[in-house]
Design a protein around this ligand. Sequence first.
Ligand SMILES: NC(=O)c1ccc[n+]([C@@H]2O[C@H](COP(=O)([O-])OP(=O)(O)OC[C@H]3O[C@@H](n4cnc5c(N)ncnc54)[C@H](OP(=O)(O)O)[C@@H]3O)[C@@H](O)[C@H]2O)c1
Length: 311
Amino acid sequence: MAGSFVLNTGASIPPVGLGTWHAAQGLVGGAVCAAVKVGYRHLDCAPSYGNEKEVGMALHRLFQDGVVKREDLFITSKLWYSNNGPQYVPEAIQTTLDDLQLEYLDLYLIHGPIRLKKGSAPISENSLPCDIPATWAAMEKLHDAGRARAIGVSNFSCRKLEALLAVARVPPAVNQVECHPGWRQARLRELCRSAGVHLSAYSPLGSPAAAGAGAPSVLGHPVVASIAGRLQRTRAQVALRWGLQVGQSVLPKSTDEARIRENLGIFGWSIPEALMAEFSGIEQVKLLRAEFGVNPVNGYKTLEDLWDGEI
Ligand SMILES: NC(=O)c1ccc[n+]([C@@H]2O[C@H](COP(=O)([O-])OP(=O)(O)OC[C@H]3O[C@@H](n4cnc5c(N)ncnc54)[C@H](OP(=O)(O)O)[C@@H]3O)[C@@H](O)[C@H]2O)c1
């Protein structure tokens, strides 16, 4: 795949990864096979997506049929909130490696700076105090042992990332966060750039299915539509290409073969600087929100309050 980004480990991360959240069982395996066959070399997985076993079966078939070699793929997974404690980390990665039928991950992320009671739903009432430095030390051991060739975080605000950078022996290679033209993360991107942490953009199309009714549409925004028209590209391609040009990898999810192919069609052309400037006119709204009742114990209102999400 054209133009990889380089992580602080020295490894390359392919600029486009296939997202697998909400990729239903029965569809996700086909999507992974289709994506790899058209040239994707990066997959974004997580145990909380409930589909890692099917992804693993698809990978096994692809390796067995000689379509791609393991070393040519970049595979990410994540440590779920209920495993966010040092004692749970070795078993959690082993379960993911078993499900994905892999010996190692290219990138293992703390899914968010949140800890939940075991087996509980992701609502603030189920949150527990979270010791990120202790979990990170366990992640560093996985890195030392080669089970995760790079380690990183997800949903970390500037404040959380700075706190981790201050104590990490192995600095995080990646912060994976919501990022698209409607939520550009300027401050976080600048911090990541200055600290050598790669920003990987989730929901790069504005997550049209998950954002919910009434949420602003990134692909429907007049600026995105107008730039797409002028460049004769699709709106999705323009949103993804914007991400590459601001220096981040993008993780579009699709289980539709035509859209999987379309989302890779973002190389060999670029958005001219004058048009890049027009994105700054798009009003900023974080789309992925989990609104829950106030927790009487800690006063938190939403999971985002636990992330202390910032612009
Ligand atoms: N770390 C985290 O906490 C976190 C959170 C959210 C997401 N993620 C990761 O990031 C990935 C992407 O984020 P996301 O799934 O929220 O949203 P997204 O990639 O922004 O949007 C996916 C949606 O857009 C549709 N779509 C895909 N390509 C399209 C195209 N070319 N034109 C129009 N619609 C298109 C998909 O439908 P079809 O499938 O029908 O094409 C799906 O409904 C996830 O799958 C996951 O791997 C991580």
